[in-house]
Design a protein around this ligand. Structure first.
Ligand code: SAM
Length: 330
């Protein structure tokens, strides 16, 4: 069987697929208050196209897909895409990253359609601060989703973007959620993907600084085994039920065993979060590419996967990273 092996011997088994570029929140670090320039609907991949791309990739060894956005639940009938993907037996995992505001009513369907885990993004446990970060008054709905997800069969991870001087005082409060709950809290280094065309990241809250703060305030924790290709380094406080982890998204110390590729909502293929898109799949498909054409394209393009996020960033033709994660598919 043909598989997706890059020139560094890394096997690609994981697709991150953005199902829309639209979002119902306006997180400060992700996009300007007025939002990003969303594309015309016909420029978005259709669900059929997404299903087909995923099927072809799954025949090349991709066994895990993460649906993201924008906010996936904002796209009309998103649950139908989840249902159709659940029929693909090559997929061992369907996971979703969401802000949770529109999730609660869909949990039963997600369980039915074999979704394994939900990454719920929540950067503050305080409603007023949540409003400040997201510019939308949605804390209670997100918290309702959190509580409902805890009761569900879905594995739950929380994504917390660590923002200097803004929510760093809540790091320990987030870890405290793992005391009695089977939840994994992951602190993400903030990246310069803010949709403003400018870098705005204070690099001081990187992995080391986060772990230093936790060590000072919560000394009794141990590393837990981290699966190969995990995006986070994980830990557990002694006696707590859940775990916490740190995603070195900006310092990029996890690239060596990267097994991921990305496809944006408009069908741009990306070998790395930090590249500026290497192939326009939408055009290729709409010009009539066969499954075999697509397979060959994926096999060839994966070969060009850069060694790490630094190399990807250096090779960008469009300058430094400035687009929103809502466009890239976080
Ligand atoms: N709307 C969904 C959500 O909120 O989870 C999915 C898309 S969102 C772009 C995916 C993840 O990217 C979220 O956890 C978000 O916090 C994170 N993210 C967005 N911009 C980021 C940035 N500049 N640095 C670090 N993480 C970022």
């Amino acid at each position: 069987m043909n598989t997706l092996l890059d020139s560094y011997g890394r096997q690609i088994t994981y697709l991150r697929l953005a199902v829309t570029d639209r979002c119902n929140l306006r997180c400060q670090y992700c996009m300007p208050a007025h939002g990003i320039d969303i594309v015309d609907r016909k420029e978005l991949l259709t669900f059929k196209e997404m299903y087909r791309i995923t099927r072809v990739l799954s025949e090349l060894g991709v066994n895990k897909v993460r649906l993201t956005g924008g906010e996936p639940f904002v796209r009309k009938d998103f649950i139908n895409l989840v249902e159709s993907l659940s029929f693909n037996d090559h997929l061992e995992e369907i996971n979703i990253t969401t802000n949770g505001a529109l999730v609660t009513n869909h949990i039963a369907d997600l369980e039915k359609y074999k979704v394994k885990s939900i990454n719920l993004s929540i950067d503050s446990l305080k409603p007023d601060k949540f409003l400040q970060i997201t510019r939308r008054d949605q804390f209670s709905r997100v918290w309702e989703a959190y509580e409902a997800l805890l009761k569900s069969s879905l594995k739950l991870k929380l994504n917390v973007v660590v923002q200097a001087g803004f929510n760093t005082d809540e790091i320990i409060d987030f870890i405290e959620l793992t005391r009695d709950n089977d939840v994994s809290v992951r602190f993400i280094e903030e990246m310069p993907f803010n949709g403003k065309g400018q870098r705005s990241v204070e690099e001081n809250w990187n992995f080391n600084r986060i772990i230093q703060k936790i060590t000072e305030e919560m000394p009794g924790f141990e590393p837990v085994p981290t699966p190969m290709s995990s995006t986070s380094k994980n830990f557990k406080v002694n006696g707590y039920r859940g775990t916490f982890g740190i995603i070195p998204a900006f310092t990029r110390t996890i690239c060596h065993d990267c097994n991921r590729i990305r496809i944006t909502a408009t069908g741009m293929y990306k070998n790395c979060l930090f590249d500026d898109g290497v192939f326009d799949l939408r055009q290729y498909i709409r010009k009539g590419a066969s499954d075999q054409d697509l397979k060959q394209l994926f096999i060839d393009t994966v070969q060009k996967k850069p060694k790490d996020g630094f190399e990807a960033e250096a090779n960008r033709k469009t300058g430094g990273v400035s687009e929103s994660m809502s466009t890239i598919g976080g």
